[in-house]
Design a protein around this ligand. Structure first.
Ligand code: FE2
Length: 488
């Protein structure tokens, strides 16, 4: 089903945003009540993953978002101001105290399999690092080895054990590098530094031993101890060309890619201006009906995006004067400074994905989620969102504790984990975006056609449905409730 969105002149088709289900109601597929049984839960991650894999092939359709509010006077703007060409997120590197344990938890909790490594078994005495993948989402977990042993065989030439130990000491588990794919990392680095970026690592060319494919990597500081890692080259592997591939059985709970990477800083304006100056990223327009009112959410937020809006980086700062301390201020204290607050992970079927993630949480070793919103929230949701979801899907939204929001173009379904580690700092968001499908263009700007039907291949516009601004108020309450249980 298609719906033309005149302002951006691209189609909004929902056929590719499918919910799996054998049952159809009003043309919308419904998920069976219990995809992941108690039995598969009890079998742990292995049985649980099999159940999820069995669901991946089923699909259905969401109906058009015919009741999206028209935003009077609201105009989206994309000045296409990037200073170097940016393609997409490439990987995320987490720094931790013990990579073996960290990767095991993320593998189980998010449904990711190991694809590469660099550790003592590959001749690296400097650090241990394991790379996990789920579709286009690549996470590396890296921990320093003892500084009392000689360091050799490092797969990251600029890696510093003392920096890694300091990072762990100050921040605990956290994201060190947000990797983005660019057309020319050396040129991008040069332009970024010329425009005020602080260098973290000069360009280095890595070579894949097996294929001879090359990869250029460079880093600039993003905020706090987090770097923006620029990656380019012919290397087709998942992380860095210097790592050793690992073959493992592919698993996935349906998470496709990183959608956005959010930073917490004390002064938003300064960081936003710094990033805009060196990258050219623009402010992503966002509209929700709730913008009309004033919400006390404890934070200010601005969303930065690349030209193609495939790399989206919101920046938060705390606000003050609320009865409870801002969650952003809590983060800044507990993280001992700025850092990456959350990664939004995109699935094409949040119902299947969340059933898998919930089954993997708690005693199964995965991640726990923030409590569901209030009954009032779920009662009012159909009126706010419209008939994009069926009654049964609204029931599933409530059962899984999801939040739903919309902007002028699409709908966002979202849910947040509790903090991932010991400190109330970094967490994850699982999202599905519905709507905003547009023709895929080739490098010449012409529409890419499907081989079998010759119809245009559609891709979803970045940021479709917004970032949940309409849920900030509800979410803030839940985080307040959660932090009330902690001594922070
Ligand atoms: Fe988010």
């Amino acid at each position: 089903m298609q719906h033309l969105c005149p302002e951006r002149q691209y189609c909004t088709a929902f056929a590719q945003n499918s919910l799996p289900a054998p049952t159809l109601l009003r043309g919308v597929a419904l998920l069976p009540a219990h995809v992941i049984s108690r039995k598969s839960h009890a079998q742990g991650c292995r049985g649980h993953r099999s159940a999820v894999r069995a669901q991946q092939g089923q699909s259905g359709e969401l109906e058009a978002l015919s009741e999206l509010a028209e935003a009077q006077g609201f105009r989206r703007k994309n000045p296409l101001s990037d200073k170097f060409e940016v393609l997409r997120f490439h990987h995320i590197e987490w720094w931790c105290a013990d990579a073996t344990n960290a990767q095991t938890r993320f593998s189980c909790g998010l449904g990711m399999h190991m694809v590469a490594k660099s550790d003592l078994s590959t001749g690296n005495t400097t650090f241990a690092s394991f790379v996990l993948q789920s579709h286009d989402m690549v996470f590396a977990f890296t921990a320093p080895q003892s500084q009392k042993q000689p360091g050799k065989g490092s797969a990251i030439p600029w890696y510093s054990r003392s920096k890694a130990f300091q990072f762990n000491q100050h921040h605990g588990l956290g994201v060190r590098a947000v990797g983005i794919l660019v057309t020319d990392a050396a040129a991008a680095y040069k332009i970024a530094v010329q425009n005020g970026a602080v260098s973290a690592a000069e360009p280095v060319t890595l070579t894949d031993k097996a294929t001879g494919q090359e990869q250029t990597v460079a880093e600039v500081l993003l905020y706090g101890d987090v770097v923006l890692r620029l990656v380019s080259g012919s290397f087709q592997g998942p992380f860095l060309a210097s790592y050793t591939p690992v073959s493992s059985h592919p698993v996935s709970y349906g998470i496709r890619r990183v959608d956005h990477a959010v930073g917490n800083v004390p002064v938003m304006h300064d960081t936003v201006e710094y990033i805009k100056r060196f990258s050219g990223f623009h402010e992503f327009a966002e509209f929700t009906a709730e913008d009309v009112g004033t919400l006390d959410s404890g934070l200010n937020s601005m969303v930065l995006a690349s030209n193609n809006e495939m790399v989206i980086m919101p920046i938060n700062e705390p606000t003050f004067g609320t009865p409870r301390k801002s969650q952003i201020q809590t983060y800044l204290e507990q993280n001992e400074g700025p850092g990456l607050q959350h990664l939004a992970l995109k699935t094409d079927n949040i119902f299947t994905t969340m059933k898998a993630l919930r089954a993997a949480s708690g005693a199964a070793g995965g991640f726990d989620f923030m409590p569901a919103a209030s009954d009032d929230y779920y009662r009012q949701l159909p009126e706010k969102i419209g008939n994009v979801l069926t009654e049964e899907q609204y029931a599933m939204v409530k059962e899984l504790g999801l939040l739903v929001d919309k902007d002028d173009q699409g709908v966002l379904l979202q849910i947040f984990t509790q903090p991932l580690g010991d400190r109330p700092t970094v967490f994850l968001e699982i999202i599905q975006r519905v709507g905003c499908m547009r023709p895929l263009l080739d490098p010449r700007g012409e529409e890419v056609k499907a081989k079998d039907s010759n119809s245009p291949v559609l891709v979803q516009a970045g940021g479709c449905g917004g970032f949940g601004k309409g849920n900030f108020s509800e979410l803030f309450k839940k985080i307040e409730d959660y932090e009330r249980t902690l001594s922070v």
